[in-house]
Design a protein around this ligand. Sequence first.
Ligand code: HEM
Length: 116
Amino acid sequence: MEILRHAVVLVHLVGFAVLFGAWVVEAAGQRRITRLQHLGLAIAAVAGLALAAPWGIEYDLNYIKIGTKLVVLLVIGALLGIGAGRQRKAGSVPPAIFWGIGLLTLLNAGIAVLWR
Ligand code: HEM
């Protein structure tokens, strides 16, 4: 059970890597919202929700921390959706939306690692 949980953490990290990696590529380029960013968020969300249940561990989960991460993830999802819509209509993503996606992704990774 513990090894399975570690495998789900690995999938969660792959989601984070895909979302943040795809965003960094765009930050250094055209500053667009891409399908890979959506895919990374979906992978991180599904694996994160699976990890939010207390299986394969012998300690209590910090539900305030997990709830905070869920709220941040929902905001990132909203920004991706709004940004993709603006990109379709106006041809570009407003800078606040583009940079917000990267900063909030980093914030969630920071919360995961630094909030103990
Ligand atoms: C963009 C969104 C997210 C990012 C970047 C992210 C990032 C991370 C990272 C880097 C870790 C590993 C931390 C460590 O092992 O020290 C982690 C673990 C974890 N994340 Fe997330 N996360 C995100 C969303 C979520 C969501 C939405 C949930 C749940 C609703 C969640 C629940 C968890 C849990 C429970 C763990 C601990 C796994 C364990 O050690 O058993 N995450 N996350």
